[in-house]
Design a protein around this ligand. Structure first.
Ligand code: FES
Ligand code: FES
Length: 158
């Protein structure tokens, strides 16, 4: 019988108490238990970044993060990025720059961009490049992602 653990966590500003298998990973908790299917599982090996969410503001690959490790933490997923139903600045830049929207890498890319712009604004090209290394776009639309990240950085009022 699989051991279970009870967790208390905040997801997109909402508190949850859940009992889950001790070996459950965060992406499964989000998608299967909390029905937040915006976060994608692609490689399931920590290699592609498609499953990126923010844990206390820091990007994490949710396919490699055990659910028990986020007990007491605050998670933001792609569903929690828009404010009052309006795109946030990263989503707006993606839209305006016409980034590829495959649906698999896009949520992870938005979360990566959000953390990058929230933590270290405005990022220079070298920093954008370093962060982009964490997430794979299989159709190789990197040039447009670079432009979108740079556009957010350039418009950053801070
Ligand atoms: S699905 Fe998690 S890193 Fe690829
Ligand atoms: S836009 Fe998603 S893999 Fe390229």
């Amino acid at each position: 019988m699989t051991e279970t653990v009870t967790l208390s966590l905040t997801v997109n500003g909402r508190g949850h108490v859940v009992e889950v298998p001790a070996n459950m990973v965060l992406v499964d908790l989000l998608r299967e238990r909390l029905q937040l299917r915006g976060t994608k599982a692609a490689c399931d090996q920590g290699a592609c970044g498609a499953c990126t969410v923010l844990v206390d503001g820091v990007p994490a690959t949710s396919c490699l993060t055990f659910a028990f490790a986020v007990d007491g933490r605050s998670i933001v997923t792609i569903e929690g990025v828009a404010v009052d139903g309006l795109f946030d600045r990263v989503q707006r830049a993606f839209h305006e720059c016409g980034v590829p929207q495959c649906g698999f890498c896009t949520p992870g890319m938005v979360m990566l961009g959000k953390a990058l712009l929230d933590q270290e604004p405005p990022p220079d090209a070298a920093l954008v490049e370093r962060w982009l290394n964490a997430n794979i776009c299989r159709c190789s639309g990197y040039q447009v992602f670079r432009r979108a990240f740079a556009a957010v950085g350039a418009s950053d009022p801070r």
